[in-house]
Ligand binder design. Structure first.
Ligand SMILES: [Zn+2]
Ligand SMILES: [Zn+2]
Length: 499
């Protein structure tokens, strides 16, 4: 059979319609414009508060806010608010520390619904803030502001003041909480100054003080997860926040690592006994390397093993056997040109030795290939030798792990020399407190006397405005030390060097 194409040629494949001309677009119709304007107006109205107050005893709730992710506490009445307690103390006025998915969702919701208006949580906390401010300002015969206070601060969560890392201080009750952090607690503990943000928490009612206006972007985001709003630590004096012996505050340094301390008032001195300065009285143990990720991580890696070892670092570490046996094929950091960095060359362990007296780990490794065949390399540390196949003959002991954990902390921002968890130098902490007073913060209202730490009645050096003093006597006592710096500041100012 043959196939004919002829009938296909006759088929009309066109759709029979004329090509229509394309009309230019004339914009939305007036009806569409009207509808869009109505939607915009309705959304704007939704942001205003409606007359009725659904489900909240106190706060006004925006229309469209389903209140999912809103903690129950904010639905109550701030006048009768009792803080929730975790491990015995009140924390952060109804907020948990870790943001939940519901709270993340809520953060987006309120950003959309409450532009420029106070959210229910903010209204609630505002009322608590007002109540707390009134209580703080209330003149009380028991107020310890204006008198010396003996404080005990210790690094431990939940305001526990019995932690093993502690300091006692004698400070003026007139210090603001900001000054207490900057000029007293930080340097007395051994934290780097001006590095991490901080907040104080009243352990009875959950009120929080945080310099929220001074936080950088990442700290500000963290702070929003921690609390809705906070009191200004520049406006509360220590003696007003802590009035009676036994009262305590939580002090948290660094919003990321969140080093929690308990600060308790041990003693209030009489006015005529008070010296109004800042003095470190005593203490124990150095504070952690501050990037160490919080007290739990530090305790697991350093503090607990150190205590298990009887509070000794060096002695127990030196009992650790060498990790590689005789004859083991290893790679060793071999002699090379320093600028080329580490050169790892193959060899074999030909001698092992633990020198228990000098705490030196000694291997001798004979290299077995060019460029240094047969060269004998002495090795004093496990860091400079590793097994060719990756493993080790002897797992490091707990003591060795502790030793390594401490060596890894030698370069921490707040490490002063080899890191030893047991090291505490009262003289060094006193020097740090004195140095903080002599390096005044930018805001003049945050300063303390450069000599004695008294925060009251300060006057700046007339010549340079660089340092502040509480009295002529303190300024006179400091003049020999201050003169060169003073002259330098004045010279720079004459030359117009910006400060
Ligand atoms: Zn002074
Ligand atoms: Zn001066």
């Amino acid at each position: 059979m043959t196939f004919s194409y002829a009938k296909w040629d006759a088929v009309d494949a066109s759709d029979g319609e004329e090509e229509e001309p394309i009309e230019p677009y004339a914009g939305p119709s007036s009806a569409a414009l009207k509808a869009a304007a109505a939607v915009v107006a309705r959304k704007a109205r939704a942001r205003e508060f409606p007359e009725e107050q659904p489900r909240s005893a106190f706060a006004k709730v925006a229309r469209g806010d389903d209140m999912r992710g809103l903690a129950d506490v904010f639905l109550g009445d701030p006048a009768t608010f009792e803080p929730k307690r975790a491990k015995g103390v009140a924390r952060h006025w109804g907020l948990g520390v870790a943001p939940s998915d519901d709270r993340r969702r809520r953060a987006l919701t309120i950003e959309f619904l409450y532009r420029g208006l106070d959210t229910p949580e903010k209204q609630f906390v505002k009322a608590l803030l007002a109540k707390k401010r009134a209580a703080l300002e209330e003149a009380s015969p028991s107020s310890a502001a204006g008198r010396d206070l003996e404080l005990r601060v210790s690094l431990a969560p939940y305001g526990d003041t019995s932690g093993p890392i502690w300091r006692t201080l004698r400070v003026s009750g007139s210090l603001t909480l900001w000054q207490l952090h900057d000029a007293a607690l930080g340097p007395a503990m051994g934290w780097s100054r001006g590095r991490g943000a901080f907040y104080f928490t009243d352990l009875d009612d959950g009120a929080t003080w945080c310099p929220v206006g001074d936080l950088d972007a990442s700290d500000a985001a963290t702070a929003r997860d921690l609390f809705v709003d906070a009191l200004d630590p520049r406006r509360t004096r220590v003696g007003d926040a802590l009035r009676e012996p036994g009262a305590s505050l939580g002090y948290t340094y660094d919003l990321e690592s969140r080093w929690e301390h308990g600060v308790s008032l041990c003693r209030v001195f009489d006015v005529d006994e008070s010296r109004h300065g800042i003095a470190v009285l005593d203490g124990a143990l150095r504070c952690p390397d501050e990037d160490g990720g919080g007290i739990a991580a530090y305790a697991a890696a350093v503090l607990d093993p150190w205590r298990a070892a009887g509070g000794s670092l060096r002695r127990t570490a030196t009992l650790d056997p060498p990790r590689f046996a005789l004859g083991r094929a290893v790679l060793v950091e071999a002699p090379g040109e320093p600028e080329k960095g580490a050169q790892w060359e193959g060899g074999a362990v030909v001698r092992t030795n633990v020198d228990r007296d000098s705490a030196v780990y000694a291997y001798a490794v004979r290299l077995d290939a060019p460029p240094h065949p047969n060269v004998l390399v002495p090795v004093d540390d496990d860091d400079h030798v590793r097994a060719k196949d990756g493993g080790a003959d002897v797992e490091p002991t707990a003591a060795r792990k502790l030793w390594d954990a401490c060596r890894a902390r030698d370069g921490a921002a707040n490490a002063d020399g080899p890191f030893d968890p047991g090291h505490f130098s009262l003289a060094a902490r006193r020097r740090a407190v004195a140095a903080a007073a002599r390096e005044p913060p930018k805001r003049r209202s945050d300063r303390v006397c450069a000599v004695c730490g008294d925060p009251r009645r300060l006057a700046s050096c007339v010549a340079c405005k660089g340092l502040s003093y509480c009295s002529k006597a303190c300024q006179k006592a400091d003049w020999d030390r201050h003169r060169p710096k003073c002259q330098q500041i004045r010279a720079e100012r004459r030359k117009g060097v910006p400060r």
